[in-house]
Design a protein around this ligand. Structure first.
Ligand code: NAD
Length: 472
């Protein structure tokens, strides 16, 4: 068991003002893996005060200086990559075979791409009788979930530092370790005291205090829609900026004439990766009714390639879900799907007794799902795919949009041009066309109840800026 005794505040490792600890459980076996401090209000005051004190000086540093610092952080991450991988595998169960690629290396690359965007802060735009410039927004609280704990951090901390903001990081209580490792990397990279502070804490205990703090200028929150609403409510009286990156129930339209084998494979793999714990996963697959049987067969054979196993075994592609609580939640959705009359094509119940102690869920595919079933409406956040038949493309688009969410979507048609036309009619912040992959330069964020912010790339940088008009 690893013990992380301290918080990182004002450029130093310090004891928490509280004696409370958070237990970090390994979801692969249910055993205690680490403990970290549970920060309290005094710790928050100290971290925010440090960030506030550092802001004037850090926000006026040159873009070159900040670019160098961010590259130095990325270099430190490269050097301690194995430690970051180990922390993520053992706290959220992502298979070791995938963790480097989907959790760690992408985060390092993302830091580097934000380093190259620091120069954007020097750009001004000249109009007839005024000039606009961008300035750092201020002290930013960055709250993250557990599913891609490092890359979500890179998607917030990278642009915040590039813009010249100072920060307080609050990782999910299930996955705090990569933030503590990163604090050490940041310290060794020479980032000035107070620019980055790390508080490990239980979000529901300290969220109101942290998000309503008068010296915080912005909260960037990624997590569930429910917690995102609470964050916005806490932040509202002080009129701080809130960037919400929330849940999803994303549709994936396979149009008539598409290459069914390729399209279905892409959709199943998209849902199974990271044990279905991807906010933008395309969990509602819309298939022409006449192709339903064939789609089910293809989906079942692809799902069979994703058998759950120990995340430390090099051949494992599907690890446990992130906690036993999450496992119970997913199992209850699976039972509801069966009770509401969906056809269980595969999965549902774990059969391997060797995995009984872990939070495992087998790859599960439901077919003949209608959009009013619970499994089609609620974000399950597990390796569960719903296949919904449709009669006409118009009906498919209507079903795709019939959701309170609007985070992502996908279209696979007979060609890219037709797919693009369908994509323009889906109310979601992203649309993956013909099997496209995640792109960290493209803006990412939700319509409707999936959020109001945009992360990644230059638009993600602008979230951390104010626009000032210099009137001539
Ligand atoms: P969660 O909302 O329970 O927790 C997310 C973070 O918020 C954690 O750090 C938690 O401690 C903190 N938190 C909880 N209550 C809080 C409060 N009242 N005030 C302040 N902070 C609080 O979500 P989760 O279960 O960790 O993550 C899964 C959810 O995150 C899913 O809904 C998923 O779709 C969503 N998500 C969205 C994106 C996106 O970019 N849109 C990305 C990843 C995950």
């Amino acid at each position: 068991m690893k013990d992380y005794p301290q918080l990182y505040i004002n450029g130093q490792w310090v004891n928490s003002a509280s004696d409370d600890r958070i237990e970090v459980i390994n979801p692969a076996n249910g055993e205690l893996y680490a403990t970290v401090p549970a920060a309290n209000h005094s710790d928050i005051d100290a971290a925010v005060a440090a960030a506030k004190a550092a802001f004037d000086s850090f926000s006026t540093t040159s873009a070159d200086y900040r670019r160098g610092l961010i590259h130095a952080i990325a270099d430190g991450m490269e050097a301690r990559k194995d430690e970051l991988i180990e922390a993520i595998v053992n706290t959220m169960g992502c298979p070791i075979a995938l963790t480097d690629e989907i959790q760690v290396q992408g985060s390092i690359d993302a830091f580097r791409s934000f380093a190259s965007l620091a120069g954007e802060m020097d750009h001004s735009e000249t109009f007839d009788n005024y000039i606009t410039v961008k300035e750092a927004v201020g002290v930013c609280v960055l709250i993250n979930p557990w599913n891609y704990p490092l890359s979500q951090l890179a998607g917030k901390l990278g642009p915040a530092l590039a813009a010249g903001c100072t920060t307080v990081l609050k990782p999910a209580e299930q996955t705090p370790l990569q933030d503590l490792i990163l604090a050490d990397i940041i310290h060794n990279a020479g980032v000035p005291a107070g620019v980055v502070n790390v508080l490990t804490a239980v979000g529901s205990d300290i969220g109101d205090y942290l998000c309503s703090h008068p010296q915080v200028d912005m909260v960037s929150f990624t997590g569930s829609t429910l917690a995102g609403i609470k964050v916005a409510q806490a932040a509202a009286p002080s009129v701080k900026r809130v960037c919400q990156e929330l849940g999803g129930k994303s549709p994936y339209i396979i149009a008539p004439g598409a290459d069914l084998a390729a399209a279905v494979r892409y959709g199943v793999e998209d849902v199974m990766i990271n044990s279905g714990q991807t906010c933008c996963a395309l969990t509602r697959m819309l298939v022409p009714a006449e192709s339903l049987k064939e789609a089910e067969q293809i989906a079942a054979s692809v799902a069979a390639e994703w058998q759950p196993g120990n995340p430390l075994a090099p051949e494992t592609m599907l690890g446990p879900v992130s906690s036993h609580k999450q496992q119970q939640r997913i199992n209850s959705f699976i039972r509801q799907g069966i009770d509401e009359g969906a056809k269980l094509v595969c999965g549902g119940q774990l059969t391997d007794p060797a995995l009984a102690n872990g939070a495992y869920v087998p790859p599960t595919i439901f077919s003949n799902v209608s959009n009013d079933m619970t499994i089609a409406k609620e974000e399950i956040f597990g390796p569960v795919l719903c296949i919904l038949p449709y009669e006409t493309l118009e009906q498919a688009i209507q079903i795709a949009n019939d959701t309170p969410y609007g985070l992502s979507s996908g279209v696979y048609a007979k060609d890219a041009e037709e797919a693009r036309q369908i994509a323009r009619r889906i109310r979601a912040g992203q649309c993956y066309i013909q099997g496209a992959l995640f792109n960290t330069d493209a803006p990412f964020g939700g319509y409707k109840q999936s959020g109001n912010g945009r992360e990644w790339g230059v638009i993600g940088l602008h979230e951390y800026t104010e626009t000032k008009a210099l009137i001539i």
